[in-house]
Design a binder for this molecule. Sequence first.
Ligand code: HEM
Ligand SMILES: *[C@@H]1O[C@H](CO)[C@@H](O)[C@H](O)[C@H]1NC(C)=O
Ligand SMILES: *[C@@H]1O[C@H](CO)[C@@H](O)[C@H](O)[C@H]1NC(C)=O
Length: 507
Amino acid sequence: MDMDDALLPPLAAAAVLLALAAALRLLLVRRGAARARLPPGSTGLPLIGETLRLIAAYKTANPEPFIDERVARHGSGVFTTHVFGERTVFSADPAFNRLLLAAEGRAVDCSYPSSIATLLGARSLLLTRGPAHKRLHSLTLTRLGRPASPPLLAHIDRLVLATMDDWRRDAAAAPPVRLLDEAKKITFNLTVKQLVSIDPGPWTETVRREYVKLIDGFFSIPFPFAYLLPFTTYGQALKARKKVAGALREVIRKRMDETAAESGGAKKGAADQEEKKDMVQELLEAEGGSFSVEEMVDFCLSLLVAGYETTSVLMTLAVKFLTETPAALAQLKEEHDNIRDIKGKSQPLEWSDYKSMPFTQCVINETLRVANLISGVFRRANTDIHFKDYVIPKGCKIFGSFRAVHLNPEHYENARTFDPWRWQSKNKLQNAVGASLFTPFGGGPRLCPGYELARVVVSVFLHHLVTRFSWEEAEEDRLVFFPTTRTLKGYPIYLRRRPAAEDSSAF
Ligand code: HEM
Ligand SMILES: *[C@@H]1O[C@H](CO)[C@@H](O)[C@H](O)[C@H]1NC(C)=O
Ligand SMILES: *[C@@H]1O[C@H](CO)[C@@H](O)[C@H](O)[C@H]1NC(C)=O
C-alpha cells in the first residue's frame, strides 16, 4: 500500500503530462494547418535537400520519375521540395502554371540566382521588372515578332544555305558534321546580324570566341554553387562577359555618333532606313533616345544569350527525332520537295512558303513538347498565394514545370512518344484548356519574344536540309537534361547530297 501510495502521484502526474503534451501537439498541428497549409512535400536532407536527387534524375535519359513519384506520393500536382539551397514549391499543374505566368510582375516576380544575374548584367531584359520591363519587352516583341519582314527571311535563307555550302560535298571521305555546332553558327550569326547588322567576319569571330566562354559560365555549374568556383569556368565567363560587352559598347558608341551626325546632315531614304533597321537602331530611336549605352549593351547581351542555346538545340533535336521516326521524315521531305517543285530549284524561300509548311509546324511543336528546352520557370512569391487548399507564403520560391505538363499522359496520349501527327488531330484537352497546356515559350508578361523567330529559323533550316541532303547518325547519341537539355555529343551525322540538289548547284 505504501508503495502504491508512493508511486501513484508521480504516475498520475506523468499521465496527465503525457495527455497534456498530446493535446498541445494536436492543438499546435491544427493551428499550424489552419494558419498556412503549404503544399505537401518533403524537403530531404538538410542543406542540400533534394538537389542531388534532382540532378541525378536529370542526368539520366528518363528524369520523369523524380516528378511522377512526388506527384503520386503527395496526391497533388503542386508540392514542396528543397532544391538549390531553398525551399521551393514545385508545380506540375497546368492551371497553377497558367496562374504563375499571368501573375508575373504582380503576385510573383521572376527570380534568377545571383551568379546568373551577374553574367547577364543588371539591366538585362531578363532581370528588369515593373514598367522598365514592360517597355523593354514590348520593344523586343515588335522587333523580333516580325520575322515576316522580307529582309529578315531572305537573310535567314542565305545564312542557312551559306552554312550548308561549307559542308564537304564528297560524302565518302568527309568527316561527320556535328549538327549542334552548325546550328549554333547559324543562330549566332543571325542574332548578331539582327542586333548590329554585322555580317560574319573577323569581328563576329572574336566576339563568338569570348561569347562561347560566357555561355559555358551559365551552364557548367549547378547554379547555387557557382560562387564557389570564381577562378574556373565562372571566372572565365565573367572575364568573357567584359570582352563581349566591350565589343558591343564600341559598336553602339559608333552608331550613336553616326546618328548624331546624320540628324544634323542629309537623311537617308526612308526605305533604306527600314531595310537597315536593326535592334540597336530601334533602341537608339526608342523613347526619344533615352536609353543609356550600358542599358543597350545589357539588352543586346541578353538577346544573344536567350536565343542561342535554345534555338540551336531545337534544330538539332528536330533532326534527331525525325531520324528516329522515318515515317515523319518521309512526310516532311514530301512537304518540302513539293515547295521546291513549285518554286524551282534555287529561289529563296518567301513568307508564303513558310506559311505552307503545316506538317513542319507539327514537327516543331512536337519537338518542343518532347524536348522541353526550357523545362520551366523560377518565380518568387511577392504575397501569400492561395491555390486550392494551399497557401504559398510570401517570399517562397516557386518552380512551374512545363516539362511535367508536356509529358503527362493525362494531357497527351502516349505522352513520351514523338508523334507529330497528334498536332493534326488537335488534342481534345489542348482545345479545352487552351494555351495553358502547351507553353514551350512561357506566357504572360514574359512570353518569349523570340517564339516566332525560332520557328522560322528551324523551318528554313529543315527545308534546306531535307531537300538537299540525306544523312545517317555517325555515332549513337543520347539526350541529357542537366544542366540543360541537349544531346551528349552534339549529334554527329554523315551527310550526303541528294542527287536532285546536285543538279541545281551545278546550274
Ligand atoms: C526554341 C527556342 C526558344 C525557346 C524554347 C524559348 C523559351 C523561352 C521561355 C520559356 C521564356 C520565358 C522565361 C520566363 O518566363 O522566365 C523565354 C524568354 C525569353 N526569350 Fe526565349 N526561347 C527561345 C528562343 C528565343 C530566341 C530566338 C530569342 C531571341 C533572339 C529569345 C529571347 C528571349 C528573351 C529576351 C526572353 C526574356 C523575356 C522577358 O524576360 O521578358 N528566345 N524564352
Ligand atoms: C558564322 O560565324 C562563324 C563564326 O563567326 C563563321 O566561322 C562562319 O563561317 C559563319 N557562317 C556563315 C554562313 O557566315
Ligand atoms: C503549335 O503550338 C502553338 C502554340 O505554341 C499553336 O498556336 C499552334 O497552333 C500549334 N501548331 C499546330 C500545327 O498545332
